[in-house]
Design a protein around this ligand. Structure first.
Ligand SMILES: [Mn+2]
Length: 436
């Protein structure tokens, strides 16, 4: 079945009602409280009886002005503040006279006041974390953990990187001989995070609608002589105006030869007539990201050569989307895209991956290699001809094109969540040439 391009209006109404309801409630989380309870139960069901899981709430954002929770921790709790922990054990943890399978350790009681708790869950002050964690380790032979602040330290004298992570594992294993395996919590949680719930899909839809509106705003105002950051501002104004308080990643607005740079982020060049502009952006809405790329001619009209590149990329992009359905693997899709560009003789200029999952992170944990209903992925082929690459056809040099949509895998095929912002040449030109 082909991808659905429009959302049925009844579904739209339900989603809108849901979003209004939760934005009025003013929680840090927008998903219903039970959802976190259900997820924790699923995690416990996937764990061996003598295993335990421990996660720390730490900032996973590289931006200083914004706290982005360790996504695995957020997924199981909805708590968006630091210095909390979660400890889970299917066989139970003794606390006084009680036995609980999940303990959430809080740094401030306010952070956990609204939390859904089952009879098997409890809340304890995080001052107690160390004592309780150590007390369960002698009976654990597999530990799943997630502590993103354990990183790499560099020994500058010997120019060697030490993984603190690895050191910690060794110390734990030496101290607790029964502990045979220490693995990333993503092994379990990643499997669950791959398949989005209705509520998660509603949030990604909203993030995607906002991102689409941002791109449409840029498209309608763009003209030669604009700085790249002026287009970025038009996009991000729309994000903030619509309540997406953060971005999933730094906006990429690359004009002229900058359109050929994959992770361009300076966004400070003045555009010139004849430029293509690649805009790769994503609003984040209540923790969930979008990720859409559109490529436009700053003049409002594609040149003949630009049209050729654009049409090649668009055809491959659409053909890839037609293949998106349960059962196909991401690797198969990658190979298909590569071969399509190879047939055209331009595989050398297709220099990045085709697809990645999207969710709490813009590059979400990749735990399901074969597509299943409920997964959300990007499809984003591109061709990049650097101006200095003398092996590239002269007419293409200095132009890059990437087209990226957000796709929901459905039972029979897929739905393009980012269909609101057009990728058709004539429609882009029409929107750009409306009276400004
Ligand atoms: Mn992407």
């Amino acid at each position: 079945m082909d991808c659905i391009h429009r959302i049925p209006s009844i579904m739209k109404k339900t989603i809108t009602a849901f979003l209004i309801l939760f934005s009025l409630a003013g929680f840090s989380q927008v998903e219903s409280k039970d959802e976190y309870c259900i997820r924790r139960e699923k995690v416990l069901a996937m764990m061996d009886s003598s295993s335990a899981l421990v996660m720390k709430a730490v900032n996973s954002s590289s931006q200083l002005d914004y706290y982005k929770q360790n996504p695995g921790f957020y997924y199981l709790t909805g708590i968006n503040s630091p210095s909390n922990y979660i400890l889970m054990s299917p066989k139970g943890i003794n606390i006084g006279k009680e036995v609980k399978t999940t303990i959430i350790f809080y740094s401030r009681i306010d952070n956990v006041r609204d939390l859904c708790l089952s009879v098997n869950d409890t809340l304890i002050d995080s001052k107690e974390f160390k004592t309780i964690f150590i007390s369960i380790l002698p009976g654990v032979n597999k530990l799943y953990y997630s502590a993103p602040d354990i990183g790499i330290s560099v020994d500058w004298l010997n120019d060697k990187a030490h993984f603190l992570d690895k050191n910690m594992k060794n110390i734990l294993k030496e101290s607790y001989p029964e502990l045979k395996k220490i693995e990333s919590a993503d092994i379990i949680i990643g499997k669950l995070r791959a398949i989005k719930s209705e509520q998660e899909i509603a949030l990604i839809r909203k993030a995607t609608d906002i991102t689409s509106d941002g791109l449409l705003a840029a498209l309608k105002t763009a003209k030669p002589g604009f700085y790249e950051y002026e287009l970025q501002a038009a996009i991000e104004y729309e994000f903030t105006r619509q309540g997406a308080m953060q971005k999933g990643f730094s906006s990429i607005v690359g004009s002229g030869n900058n359109s050929t740079i994959i992770h361009y982020s300076k966004n400070n060049r003045k555009t010139e007539n004849g430029d293509l502009v690649v805009m790769d952006v994503g609003a984040e809405y209540y923790g969930y990201s979008s990720d859409i790329t559109r490529t436009i001619p700053i003049s409002g009209k594609f040149s003949a050569a630009q049209k050729e590149i654009y049409q090649m990329v668009l055809k491959v992009q659409k053909d890839c989307i037609l293949k998106v359905k349960p059962g196909i693997s991401l690797i198969e899709l990658e190979k298909f895209a590569y071969n399509e560009f190879k047939k055209l003789g331009y595989e050398k200029y297709y220099t990045h991956g085709l697809s990645h999952p999207v969710g709490l992170q813009v590059h979400d944990v990749n735990a399901e290699p074969v597509l299943k209903p409920g997964m959300v992925i990007t499809i984003e082929p591109g061709l990049y001809f650097d101006m200095n690459d003398l092996s590239a056809p002269e007419k293409y040099r200095g132009h890059g094109v990437r087209i990226e949509d957000i796709i929901l895998v459905t039972e029979n095929g897929c739905e393009i969540l980012s269909a609101k912002v057009t990728k058709e040449i004539n429609e882009i030109e029409k929107l750009m040439n409306r009276k400004k």
